[in-house]
Design a protein around this ligand. Sequence first.
Ligand SMILES: *Cc1c(COP(=O)(O)O)cnc(C)c1O
Length: 822
Amino acid sequence: MNYKITDIVCILQAKCDIVHECTVSDLLTDSRSLTFPEKTLFFALVTKRNDAHRYIGDLYRKGVRNFVVSSLPEDRKQMADANFLLVKDTLSALQSLAAAHRKRFKIPVIGVAGSNGKTVVKEWLYQLLHEDYNMVRSPRSYNSQIGVPLSVWEIDENTELAVIEAGISKPGEMDKLEAIIKPTFGILTYLGDAHQEGFSSMQEKCIEKLSLFTHSESVIYDGDDPLIVDSAEKMCMGTREIAWSRKDKDRALYISKIVKGEDSTRIDYDYLRFSSSFTIPFVEDASIEDAIHCLAVMLYLGKTGEEIAARMCKLEPVAMRMEVKEGRNGCLIINDSYNSDINSLDIALDFQNRRSAARGMRRTLILSDILQSGMSPDELYRRVAEIVIHKKIDRFIGIGRELLSYKSLFPMETEFYSTTGEFLASGAAECFSNELILIKGSRNYHFEEISEALELKQHETILEVNLDAIIDNYNYYKQKLKPETKIICMVKAFGYGAGSYELAKTLQDRGCDYLAVAVADEGAELRKAGITMPIMVMNPEMNSFRTLFRYSLEPEVYSFKLLDALIYEAERQGIMRYPIHVKIDSGMHRLGFTLEDMPRLSERLKSQTTVMARSVFSHFAGSDEPRFDAFSRQQIALFKECAVAVQSATPQPVMRHILNTSGITRFTEEQMEAVRLGIGLYGISACGMDTDLRTVSTLKTTILQIKELEEDQTVGYSRRGVLTRRSRIAAIPIGYADGLNRHLGNRKGAVVVNGKRAPIVGNICMDVCMIDVTDIDCKEGDRVEIFGEQLPVTEIAEWLQTIPYEILTSVSSRVKRVYYRE
Ligand SMILES: *Cc1c(COP(=O)(O)O)cnc(C)c1O
C-alpha cells in the first residue's frame, strides 16, 4: 500500500525535514532484500547482533531515499536528497507504523500463537480458505517482533481475511505483537516445552501466549490440556474460549473419534448438536491436532460439514522453507512450490539472487499462473514482470493460460506452456544445464513433479546448513568488536564441515574482510568458484607456491625454511611485495617464530622486496578456560613484543591478531586490528558464554525400516544390542563411514525422532545403525536428527569426551550438504 512519507512522519512522530515528498510502499529491514529502491522505506534496526545503520550508504547508492534511523549518519551531506526520519527506537517505529496500518482495516484477522505447529496451521488455513477470501498470511515464518509488522503491512484494501503468526521468546513480547495484530479471534497451538529459557514456568509462558487474545472475540485451544485450561481461567477468558476436547462432551467442539489408517486419519466430531466427520491425508499426532484447530476455525467462520470434509481431504504438507538441491546437468534447484503469491515470489527471487554466485550460473524461473491474488490480471502480471526484470532473471518459463496471454511483458528468453503436463511432455525438462532454477507454482499446478524431474536423487542422509544463522552469528561477534576491527573468518576444514564455498559466498556478500583456509587447494577452489575477497592459507605446503601466486592466496609463514623458499620462488617469478602473514609461537608450541627469532626475521624481511608482512598473529593454547588466563595474558604480551619487531621491518602498517572465537568473548579488549573467528561462526560457543548463537548445521536422515522384536533377540553385529523388553527398533541410513562415531553405539549415544531421544542400539555399522523407538510415535520415512537444534553438537562431544570441533568436521564428504535461508 502506498503511504505519503509526510503521513509516515506524522504516524511515527519522527523528527524529519522532508527534503522531497514521495510515496513509499515497501518496508525494508534486511538490506539484502531490496527490490524497488524508490518505493522503499528502510528501517535501520539495531539488534544485539547488528546495527543496520551501516548499510545506509550502500542503500542510498542503490537508490533508496527514505530511511528511519535512530541516529543520523555522519555522511548525511553526501545524501542531501534523502529523507531521514529520526526516531528513538527504529524497531518500535516499525511496530507503530504496522499498528497504525492495521487499525485502518475492519477485516477479520486470525492470530496464531503457540510453540509448535503455528506455521502449519497458518498455511493449512490458507489452503482451506483461500477459495472464499482474499487472504493475507505471514510469509514463511515471519512471526517475530520484526516479522509480524512486515506481515501486517501486507494487508491492503483487497484483503478480506488475514492469518498472522506470533512467536515470542521472552516475557513482555506478546503485548507488542498484540497491539500490531489486534486479532479478531485466534488459536493457541500446542505448547510443548520449546523456548522455555525465557520463562520462569510453563504457566507464565502459556499466559504470555494467551495474552495475544486479550481483546479478541474468541480463542481456540485444546481443552484437554490442563495447563492451557488453567491459564485461560486465570486470564478470565470465560465465554470467549472455544475449547475442543477429545474427552469432554460438553465442550463446544467434541472430537468423538479418531481413527488412524495406513496414511490417512478420520476424525469424527460434534459441534452445536450436529455430528460430522472428515479425513486428512496424515497420521501423525501433531498433524491431527493442527487439523482440529483448523476445523474449529472453519466452524467458527460458518463453513458446513460438507465444505470442511471436501477441503480437509486435500490438505497438503507444508514445506517450511526453500531448499537448494542439486539438479541434473550441473543445475541447482530451489523448490518453492509451496506458495505462490506475488509477495513470496519476491522473497524467493531474492533468495535465488544471493545463491546465483559467480559460478557462471544463469538464473531461470519456472512460474505458474498466480491464483487468488486479489489483483486484476493486468495489474498482477505487470507487477510480476516488473519484479522478474528487476531481479535479472535470464530465462523465464511460464506455465498456465494467463501467463501465456501476457507473454509480451517478459523481454528475456522465454518459453510458455499452458499446463504442467504439457511442459513435462515437451522434453523441456531435459534441456537445462548449469542453471540456478527457481520453481514456483500454485498448488494446483503440481510443480513437485517438475522438481522431481529435475532433481538428482539424493542419499537420504544430509547435512543441512542454515546460511542465515551463519550471518547472524557473524554479526553477533561483529557487534562485540570496534567497527574498524577486521574479522578473519575461518573456513578451513571445509568450513568446519559445513562446506566452504557456500559459506564463503555468504560471507563475501556480507562484506566480511578475510577468509582463512587450511591448504592452498581449498583456496584455489574458492577462487575458481568466484570468491574474490582476500584469502589466507594457514598451512601452505612447500610445493603449493605456484597455486598461491596464481590465485592470489596469502600464505601464513611460520619458519625460516618456508620463508626462504617462498622468497626464492617469488623472486624467480618476478613478484614484488607479496602479502604474507607471519605466525608467532607465543606459547602454543605448534608452529611459528619465537621471540628469539625476531632479530633474524627482521633482517630477513628487510633484506628483500618480494614478500611483505600484511599481518602478524599468534594463537592461544587455552583462551576458552579461565584457569589458563594468566598464561593467555603472557601469550598476549609476548606476541605484542614480537609484533613490534615485525612492524619495524615492514614499511606498511601490519595488522595484528591473536583472538580466536573464545578470545573475542573473553579478551575483547585485545582485538588489536583483527580477530580470527572460527567455531563461533558455526554456532558453537567453545567457552560456553555465548548463549545467543544460532545453530547452523543439522545432520539428519530418515527411518528406513522399523521392526518389532521380542525381548530375547539381539540387534546388529556381534549381537551386542541385547534387548531387555519387547522393542521397536528402527534402522537409519547413517553409519561410521558417514562420520557417526562408532563409540556412540550401544546406548552411549542417541538421536532425535519426532522430538524424542532414541538411543542407538548395538554396534554402529558402516552405513547403517539401529535405534530404539519403542517409546516414540513414529513410522518409516520419518525424519531423524543426528545433531542440530534438538541435540546440540556439544552434548555429543561430551558423550564422546571430545570437543565439538571434532564432531562437526567428522561428517564425511559423502553426506550431501543442503543449504537454506529462512
Ligand atoms: C582454527 C583456528 C582459529 C579459529 O579458532 P576457533 O576456536 O574455532 O575460533 C583461529 N586461529 C587459528 C590459527 C586457527 O588454526
